[in-house]
Design a protein around this ligand. Structure first.
Ligand code: ZN
Ligand code: ZN
Ligand code: FE
Length: 762
């Protein structure tokens, strides 16, 4: 064979390669290198057949890896030399028939710059068309009904492309070549504005009127990519307070959408890192320090959650005169799942929204906005949904598919199929009936999408016998059910993200609540081991009494009564400066009588107790509220105070630290300094414990996870205390809170352990 005689290669590419303009990209590359053959989407990703000179084939292969489409992510390319067939053209072929799909669904992608330019170009066919998109941008997860990703498998299937659109769709040189959700005003869906039971405007007039209503202080329901939002002018106090009342949402902060970065800078201190994160194609809500007074938007916190417009409709609203900062909160009543089906949205938003802007394109599944934070150590995801889900976050080898169902708070589920761990979008807190239904829907959705049958699936779940997710998991007709302890799953989630199953490490899991091996409430745990060998509990926070058990999470005063019960002078907390009142006294009575008192090692509850001592004596209305409050008041303090923790006999003793906090308060120290002193002391204590454990066992890596490590102040101080000397690993792709639990469960079960010891999996 001479170097110029035609050769052929077959390439199979896996990763995020469907719905991101990959086939048009391959088509253009093949033409550039004068190759013949074809490209198609199959269940595993993209398959390519190319024929040409060996030089051209090499160059094609290099370009393929060097310049893939922006939203694509190649995980592996498998190349085989085969016999040439003698083809005379390069084609994009129809997808291969379904078998058992493992291809991944691209997350939704914010509208790209090219599309925005066309959106505002009066000469363009799609001038002001709210559903403009192309193969580099637009909806994906929120429109996919089945795999492989083709128009007939999306919620756009019922709109037939007009001639002009079809020409673009079929032209390999066009940006919209095979852009599945593409459309135009001529052939695609539109928007209408509803007030009461009547449609008052459509198309451009609907958007113009919605923008005007926002400007005049109304609350508007807006159908977006993955669900309905409730929106109002963020600067208009009356509007924001009306929204809070109607939504039954007391204190939990609202997210704000700003017209552009300049508008963001007028109300918050947006760092360079935060700006970059806000501008990524995922367009998450980014937490930044607030600089303007925005009453009712984010009480109790100096952080503000800001996001930039991400759908063409958002751009149009701002261009049509909507206020430059609008509250954009999920369309639901407090803690219900976001509404995404039209009929349901009308019913639920009735009475909350003055008008509803409804788009005709159906939403395939709920996808809420993601929440992230940019910090010196990189960006951290706190709620993983639109823009990130359901991108696979890790490779986990398992011959049998694994379905891991997570925990009941901040639920997300993980499916391991074809060696990939696919983590679902954030589902929510399963304490409400609607959220449980949404959870069951999400499980069904994922199982159907990958054409799995239960007897062939291993199901992993939390150990808590009363979790809805546990009860649901145990009722599934799966091959094997495997319970995984909550805090081991937290630690394993970090290791799974890094693809590390063997490094022996110290894993520290701090959170509010998790069911322990012994049935007590854990939450301040130290483990030694790896994903492959299991994680052995080696130390924990000193056990305290918690009157009321898990229910105590609502009342920091109850936690305070529990943690202080070992102090002989604890009864005096009824007087100045504490004035704890009846709830505290009642909790003390429970402890004295030993009624409904539970042992706990929860750091989250310790934070609650300290928050109560420093002045937070209300009920909390969302998870972690008191701890967030404590972090916020600590942040500005420059005190050198440090509340001492002692580490002895595998126990981190909080008593000296609590004693210091009580004394400082009695001495009239500033709450801000006390809060800061508690943070510093805890960081020093944790680091001291970590160093002792690591030194004794020859360990060099410390893993930090659990909801408490969303606390930036604590995380940064623990990091500082541990380095140099110890390597610190934290979550990057999934949240450190319970949103990451399912990934950890899957990782432990994939390695044939339940986190405690190896166990046979049939
Ligand atoms: Zn685009
Ligand atoms: Zn069209
Ligand atoms: Fe947790």
């Amino acid at each position: 064979m001479t170097p110029t005689s035609p050769q052929a290669r077959e390439l199979r590419i896996s990763g995020v390669v469907q719905g991101v303009g990959f086939r048009p990209f391959v088509y253009r590359l093949a033409h550039r290198h004068h190759l013949t053959g074809w490209v198609l989407n199959d269940e595993c990703g993209v398959a390519i057949h190319v024929e040409g000179s060996s030089q051209a084939l090499d160059a094609f292969g290099e370009d393929l890896q060097r310049e893939p489409p922006v939203a694509a992510r190649i995980d592996s390319i498998d190349v085989q030399a085969i016999d040439p067939i003698g083809l005379d053209a390069f084609l994009v072929r129809e997808s291969a028939p379904r078998n058992s799909p493992t291809a991944r669904i691209s997350p939704d992608i914010a509208v790209c710059d090219d599309c925005v330019r066309e959106l505002f170009d009066p000469c363009d066919r799609r001038y002001q068309y709210p559903y403009i998109n192309c193969s580099n941008c637009g909806p994906r997860l929120s429109v996919v009904l089945a795999l492989p990703y083709d128009r007939s498998h999306t919620t756009m299937f019922s709109w037939t492309l007009c001639h002009a659109c079809l020409r673009e769709y079929q032209d390999p040189g066009n940006r919209r070549f095979h852009a599945q959700p593409m459309a135009c005003a001529e052939c695609g869906p539109g928007y209408t504005l509803h007030e009461g039971t009547s449609v008052v405007a459509d198309s451009a007039a609907a958007i113009l009127r919605a923008a005007a209503l926002l400007k005049h202080g109304s609350v508007i329901g807006i159908k977006g990519l993955g669900g309905y939002h409730l929106a109002c002018d963020a600067i208009n106090q009356t509007a924001v307070s009306a929204l809070r009342t109607r939504k039954f949402r007391k204190d939990k902060p609202f997210a704000v959408m700003v017209r552009d970065v300049e508008a963001a800078r007028r109300i918050a201190a947006v760092s360079r890192e935060a700006e970059m994160l806000m501008m990524t194609a995922a367009r998450p809500i980014v937490l930044v320090p607030r600089t303007a007074e925005l009453p009712h938007v984010a009480p109790d916190t100096s952080d503000l959650g800001l996001m930039l417009p991400y759908s063409p409709l958002h751009y149009l609203l701002f261009a049509n005169g909507a206020p430059e900062a609008i509250v954009m909160t999920s369309g639901n009543r407090s803690s219900e799942p976001i509404a995404y089906e039209d009929a349901d949205a009308f019913e639920r938003l009735h009475g909350m929204a003055d008008a509803i802007l409804v788009g005709e394109r159906a939403i395939a599944r709920r996808v809420e906005d993601s929440v992230a934070r940019a910090s010196s150590g990189g960006s951290r995801i706190l709620r993983r949904a639109r823009g990130y889900a359901t991108d696979a976050v890790a490779e986990l080898r398992s011959a049998t598919p694994i379905l891991a169902l997570g925990a009941d708070l901040k639920n997300a589920i993980t499916l391991v199929v074809g060696g990939q761990a696919i983590v679902s979008q954030h589902i929510g807190d399963l304490e409400h009936y609607d959220a449980t239904r949404a959870f069951e829907e999400a499980v069904r959705d994922l199982i159907n999408m990958y054409a799995l049958e239960y007897p062939d699936v291993i199901v992993a779940h939390d150990l808590h016998p009363e979790y809805k997710s546990t009860v649901f998991a145990r009722a599934l007709p799966a091959a094997v059910h495997r319970g995984v302890q909550h805090h081991r799953a937290h630690v394993a989630s970090v290791l799974a993200e890094r693809g590390d199953t063997t490094t022996r490490c110290l894993g520290i899991a701090f959170d509010g609540t998790g069911y322990g091996d012994d049935g007590t409430i854990w939450g301040g745990e130290f483990f030694v081991g790896s994903v492959a060998t299991g994680l052995h509990r080696v130390a924990h926070l000193r056990t305290a009494s918690l009157p009321g058990g898990d229910a105590a999470a609502r009342y920091p005063l109850q936690a305070a009564a529990g943690f202080l019960s070992e102090f002989s002078d604890a009864a005096k907390m009824g007087r100045h400066p504490f004035s704890f009142g009846r709830r505290y006294d009642h909790a003390r009575d429970l402890i004295a009588a030993d009624i409904r008192v539970f042992p706990t090692t929860s750091i989250g509850r310790l934070f609650d107790a300290v928050a109560a001592l420093v002045g937070f004596d209300r009920e909390v209305t969302f998870e972690g509220q008191a701890a967030v409050w404590l972090e916020q008041i600590a942040a500005p303090s420059e005190t050198r105070l440090s509340a001492p923790f002692e580490f002895r006999d595998a126990e981190l003793d909080f008593r000296p630290a609590l004693r210091a906090v009580v004394d400082w308060r009695m001495d009239g120290r500033e709450p801000s300094d006390i809060a800061r002193g508690f943070h510093r002391g805890l960081a020093v204590g944790v680091a001291d414990a970590a160093r002792q454990i690591c030194a004794a066992r020859g360990i060099h890596t410390v893993v930090l996870s659990g909801g408490v490590f969303q606390n930036e102040l604590l995380l940064a101080s623990v990091r500082d205390q541990l380095s140099p000397g110890l390597r610190v690993w934290t979550n990057e792709k999934v949240p450190p809170n319970d949103g990451g639990i399912s990934l950890g469960q899957a990782a432990l079960v994939a390695r044939g352990t339940n986190g405690v010891r190896r166990c046979a999996i049939v």
